[in-house]
Design a binder for this molecule. Structure first.
Ligand code: HEC
Length: 119
């Protein structure tokens, strides 16, 4: 196989692999789609599909992170600077201010699903 052919075969696979974040499982209404997409691109790798958590990071559909307990300002600050313990790295190079706004909007919508089992 010549080099050019190898590149032609490998490149699309590499692009696909790097471009596909975690896929959301839930369908959200139109106003939350942008935030859902950004969340799944930037955050879901650690926080899981639909923000349900992974072994890398906690789920965010929990009363601990609801608006009363964890304000929008605190969420934005966490995204910009990482968590205060340093366990979550800063994400400021991966998002715009508009992405942050949309992600928070999406998270607040998703948190409507908080039930006694996950609070
Ligand atoms: C590299 C993995 C990783 C990525 C990417 C990530 N997080 Fe986190 N996040 C963590 C970990 C780990 C914690 C737990 C931090 C702790 O306990 O200090 C956390 C905690 C949080 C918290 C709670 C912070 C606190 O002080 O308790 C919020 C809110 C949060 N993440 C939101 C987000 C959002 C929104 C995104 C996407 C813009 C994101 N995270 C991307 C790993 C990640």
């Amino acid at each position: 196989m010549n080099k050019k052919l190898i590149i032609k075969l490998i490149l699309p696979i590499a692009i696909l692999a790097s471009g596909c974040g975690i896929e959301p499982q839930k369908v959200v209404p139109e106003p939350y789609i942008l935030g859902q997409a950004s969340f799944h691109k930037v955050c879901a790798n650690c926080h899981g599909a639909d923000a349900m958590g992974t072994n890398k990071a906690p789920g965010l559909i929990h009363s601990k992170y609801s608006e009363v307990n964890f304000s929008n300002k605190k969420v934005a600050k966490t995204i910009m600077n990482g968590s205060s313990s340093g366990a979550m790295p800063a994400q400021k190079n991966k998002v715009t201010q508009e992405d942050i706004k949309q992600i928070i909007k999406y998270l607040r919508y998703a948190q409507k699903d908080i039930t006694p089992e996950n609070s």
